[in-house]
Design a protein around this ligand. Structure first.
Ligand code: SF4
Ligand code: SF4
Length: 437
């Protein structure tokens, strides 16, 4: 059941703009390309993560972890300062629920604040058709963060869309429909993990939406009590979570500000001061002093956030433009040639982390008693991709003297724009026991 139509007011207007901007940003991001690469794409099959121009390879997942930790700390930092500002203003759950409710009110032809008692069947059907179409668009853009939307559209046109992609689209669109049409703020109340640990992040100086009990109570019709609240119930009627903010701060309050606009409208009409419900600190609600932004927990979250940002910047600064990973071939650890020499087969994975194609030469460190046999050398690796090369290393000794136990590979860029990389690994030969090396 939809709550009453939100009351016009400054917060409602601001929210409409914020919603429009947020949806535009969320939908635009999968389409934006930076230097030919997606701005954000978590390309799981190719094991590449494109984040704001940075292409993260599987060996660099610490960048992703730092981003996740940094985002969580930023959320803690802003929550400690401004309460549920994320829930009320930026969470896609709130934004899309708002939009879906607005669509329903328009199509169902609401005249007043409440849902009409009778609604024509065609209006209800049309509302669901629009909701389903909107869910399909949301689902498409959501999977656009994992599959390039350009590729998706091209495949759809050619009829070569992979069934898994179609399946993901159907599931995400279905979840969006169920969530924004049926769950709505129930999701915030009972399912959202962020909502559950609000209590830990808040303190007495955190900004919340609060009712000024000292001023509002005792409640009653104008002229019957000394309190300013006329008990009209509008703040409860417009609340998407269905809570009564006059009962104090509750887990279900997503700080959407709709009760502020509603109550301010009432106060204006009856000629009383606005802000009976307003942004205030928990101390403010209790009638104590005002905001105190510099508090221990805010400073602690800020310092941690700076540390994570610093670590990210340092790692980024030290990042190498290429990488070499060496592994023994699993199918044959070593082989003895007819002349008695021992050979090992390796798979070299060469990563080119730059955007342009680069050529790399593979060689063994000099003064080792090994010969290297490769197919293609140098290797040309397209930009932001990796290439695997199978190579053989043959020990020069024959007969009784065992070959050296370590072999060092060197990868050098042909353009000499960066220094070469060295990787050392074991060379296996008959008679070596497990752990020799
Ligand atoms: S109490 Fe007010 S701010 Fe909180 S969810 Fe309800 S309408 Fe939004
Ligand atoms: S909208 Fe304001 S006046 Fe009306 S019940 Fe809520 S707090 Fe009281």
């Amino acid at each position: 059941m939809l709550n009453a139509r939100p009351v016009d007011g400054p917060f409602r207007h601001l929210r409409s703009y914020a919603n429009a901007v947020l949806i535009a940003v969320l939908f635009a991001i999968p389409w934006i390309r930076l230097h030919g690469d997606p701005l954000v794409l978590l390309d799981v099959p190719a094991r590449r993560f494109h984040i704001l121009g940075l292409v993260i390879f599987p060996q660099e997942l610490y960048f992703l972890w730092l981003l996740v930790i940094g985002s969580a700390l930023a959320l803690f930092f802003f929550t400690a300062l401004f309460g549920r500002v994320w829930c009320g203003w930026a969470c896609p759950q709130t934004v899309f629920t708002d939009v879906f409710a607005g669509v329903a009110r328009r199509i169902e032809g609401w005249k007043g604040a409440q849902r009409p008692k009778r609604i024509a069947a065609w209006r209800i059907v049309l509302t669901h058709v629009v909701w389903i179409a909107a869910s399909a668009v949301i689902g498409f853009h959501l999977i656009g963060y994992f599959v390039s939307p350009y590729q998706f559209v091209a495949d759809a046109r050619e009829g070569t869309l992979h069934p898994v992609a179609v399946g993901f689209w159907t599931v995400t669109a279905g979840l969006a429909y169920v969530d924004f049409v049926f769950l709505r703020q129930t999701f915030c109340k009972y399912l959202c993990p962020y909502a559950r640990f609000q209590g830990v992040l808040f303190d007495k100086d955190t900004l919340v939406i609060g009712y000024d009990e000292a001023r509002g109570d005792p409640r009653g019709k104008k002229g019957t009590t000394s309190g300013d609240c006329v008990d009209c119930g509008l703040c409860v009627a417009v609340c998407p979570s269905g809570i009564d903010i006059r009962d104090g701060l509750q887990l279900g309050c997503i700080a959407c500000t709709q009760c502020i606009d509603a109550c301010d409208g009432v106060m204006e009409r009856i000629g009383r001061d606005k802000q009976l419900i307003a942004y205030r600190t928990l101390k403010g609600v209790a009638g104590w002093a005002g905001v105190r932004p510099l508090r221990a927990r805010v400073v602690a979250y800020g310092i941690l956030l700076l540390c994570v940002g610093g670590a990210f910047g340092t790692l980024l600064g030290q990042r190498q433009a290429m990488s070499l990973h060496v592994a023994h071939n699993r199918d044959s650890l070593y082989a003895t040639m007819p002349d008695g020499r021992v050979s090992n087969a390796f798979t070299l994975q060469v990563e080119n982390r730059e955007r342009q194609d680069r050529s790399f030469r593979i060689r063994l460190e000099e003064n080792q008693d090994f010969d290297l046999i490769t197919g293609m050398n140098p290797l040309t690796v397209p930009g932001t991709t990796s290439l695997e090369a199978r190579v053989f290393v043959v020990a020069r000794e024959t007969g009784d003297s065992p070959p050296p136990r370590r072999v060092r590979f060197i990868l050098e860029p042909e353009d000499k724009r960066s220094r070469g990389l060295t990787r050392e690994t074991r060379f296996l030969s008959p008679g070596m026991t497990h752990g020799d090396g």
